[in-house]
Design a protein around this ligand. Structure first.
Ligand code: GRF
Length: 191
């Protein structure tokens, strides 16, 4: 079974969905550890409740991005990690991690990429008045939400639907789609 490290910086609802899917036997993987760059993030409590080892690696404690990622790489090697799963990890991944894990770093983004990359994607799509938005799961490269797309699913924004309702439906879709897509991907690339 593949060993995965989840990278997250915030709330961790996608982290939770992945962990719950593993527990329910719907996602064949070991969640070996959480890598978090923010010491106060809610995702840390979620990991502790599920007895998943937490590594808070703070970028400002290192002289360079390379040194920061090198510290993470050491942890990943210790756990024999096969895949890096980004779930609200608010940083660009650099070459120190990209090179050894080429096509083994995955991200989820709340828009139909290449539309609305970067922060506040749901709000940006809503403000732009599009009729469709959605969720994208993609491989990570050195750009902002630019890597090759693995899977996308769309939702239609209803007439007069409030932003909060669109956000809620996007999050629900993320929590369903991410574990499903990861499971397919992992079974085709058994580590
Ligand atoms: C999600 O919308 C994800 O698509 C984006 O960041 C958000 C993280 O939410 N990359 P959470 O921390 O998983 O609740």
């Amino acid at each position: 079974m593949n060993n995965i490290a989840i990278f997250a910086s915030g709330n961790g609802s996608n982290f939770q969905a992945i962990v719950d899917s593993v527990k329910a036997g719907k996602l064949q993987a070991n969640v070996s550890c959480l890598i978090c760059d923010k010491s106060q993030a809610k995702v840390i409590d979620r990991a502790k409740k599920s007895d998943i080892p937490v590594y808070v690696v703070t970028p400002t404690a290192y002289d360079s991005k390379h040194d920061y990622e090198q510290a993470i790489l050491k942890i990943l090697k210790d756990y024999h990690i096969d895949f890096l799963v980004l779930a609200g990890y608010m940083r660009l991944v650099g070459d120190t991690l990209l090179n050894p894990y080429s096509h083994r770093i995955i991200n989820i983004h709340p828009s139909l990429l290449p539309e609305f990359p970067g922060l506040h994607a749901i709000e940006k799509a809503y403000e732009a008045g599009v009729h469709k938005t959605g969720v994208t799961i993609h491989y990570v490269d050195n750009g902002i939400d630019t890597g090759p797309i693995i899977s996308q699913e769309a939702i239609t924004i209803n007439k007069d639907e409030p932003l909060e309702s669109v956000e809620e439906r996007i999050y629900r879709l993320e929590h369903q789609l991410y574990p499903e897509v990861l499971n397919k991907l992992f079974s085709s690339k058994e580590g």
